[in-house]
Design a protein around this ligand. Structure first.
Ligand code: NQM
Length: 352
């Protein structure tokens, strides 16, 4: 049986298998078939593979030297289905992104800097750029540090991520429907895409407080059906077509903050409740909140600085977003976030 070199990493609040592109088949269909066998999909338990039986742990990063002059490496993100044999390149992942810079150093794609390393990453899924900054010393990545992120026990070294050109990651602009607010299934929504296409709606419009636990949301089958109907219809308006088999758009239900943050969120990826919230998902929701008249703007306690504190089921995710809201359409000036990442296992993975 032929094995494949693989580095298993936690990136932010997700976990994934990181590969050099040259170690995988060049043909996308062959590559996807191999990755499904590596992860153990389709199977709700992924028992015969290295996937963790949840969308947040069924993820792959494919990294290669960049073909673009403005970047050091190319990062292709692939979301693998758990119970379904699906592989989607239709979304970014800002969490796995946190591990891409360290992976590039581990594999010798980028030399380690003295004290700190900066890696310019082209996010192939959206053709946008992120710059990652993280500590290195003596030529190796330092994973230990004192930065805590909600949803991950303990602390680790910070990975600072700055995004450029993330607005309109699916090619339909920051407000993909062309409107600040649309009504879908009788519910007002703001469809936004600053790195991740998200349908933002008020939890109250679904008869929820917005403070439910993940278990409560998971048990609510009627809610699951409503979310599916909402996202299928919203996706048509967003120019995404039939998204029945796609992991995007996500849906985020918002409510007033309860823990000193800017807004409280419950996110569905796309139907499974997220235990926290995705990075670019949070950046996109935060961007919507900054737009006067958008759904959620009236519920948010905006801080008057660029730091937006997004409450989620397991804590807070702080993102930085600056928008020229006066322009039509609004222009994103800057966005960023601090994450951590950790090398978990380096070796050879054997597909089924
Ligand atoms: O939005 C989950 C995650 C993500 C994606 C998802 C992400 C992002 O928490 O940038 O990180 O939305 O499927 O890793």
């Amino acid at each position: 049986m032929k094995g494949v070199p693989c580095l298993l990493m936690r990136g932010g609040t997700s976990k994934g298998a990181y590969f050099r592109a040259e170690d995988l088949p060049a043909d996308a269909a062959e590559r996807d078939d191999l990755l499904l066998r590596i992860m153990g999909s389709p199977d709700p338990r992924q028992i015969d593979g290295i996937g963790g039986a949840h969308p947040l742990t069924s993820k792959v990063a494919v990294v290669s030297p960049s073909t673009s002059p403005g970047a050091d490496v190319d990062y292709l993100f692939l979301q693998l289905g758990v119970a379904e044999a699906t592989v989607s390149d239709r979304q970014n992942c800002g969490n796995l992104l946190a591990g891409v810079g360290p992976f590039a150093v581990e594999r010798g794609l980028v030399p380690a800097g003295d004290g700190e390393t900066t890696v310019r990453i082209r996010m192939v899924n959206s053709d946008s750029t992120a710059v990652a900054r993280f500590p290195t010393s003596g030529g190796v990545v330092e994973y230990a540090g004192d930065t805590a992120i909600s949803g991950v026990p303990g602390t680790a070294a910070p990975v600072v991520l700055d995004f450029a050109d993330t607005a309109g990651s699916t090619g339909h602009g920051l407000l993909p429907t062309g409107h600040l607010v649309d009504t879908v299934d009788g519910v007002p929504v703001t469809c936004v895409d600053n790195g991740m296409p998200v349908v933002v709606a008020r939890a109250a419009d679904f008869g929820l407080t917005g403070y439910e636990t993940v278990e409560q949301l998971k048990a609510d089958t009627a809610l699951r059906e409503r979310i599916q109907s909402l996202r299928l219809r919203a996706a048509e308006l967003m120019g995404l077509g039939d998204v029945r088999d796609s992991s995007v758009p996500k849906t985020t239900l918002v409510a007033p903050p309860v823990d000193g943050g800017t807004i409280c969120t419950r996110t569905f990826i796309p139907l499974e409740p997220h235990t926290s919230i995705g990075v670019l998902g949070a950046v996109s929701v935060a961007t919507a909140l900054l737009l006067d008249g958008a759904v959620g703007h009236e519920l948010a306690k905006l801080p008057g600085t660029s730091r937006i504190d997004v409450e989620h089921p397991t804590g807070h995710l702080q993102v930085e977003v600056e928008v020229d809201a006066g322009e039509t359409p609004p222009r994103v000036r800057r966005s960023g976030v601090v994450r951590t990442a950790r090398k978990l296992f380096d070796g050879t993975v054997f597909p089924r």
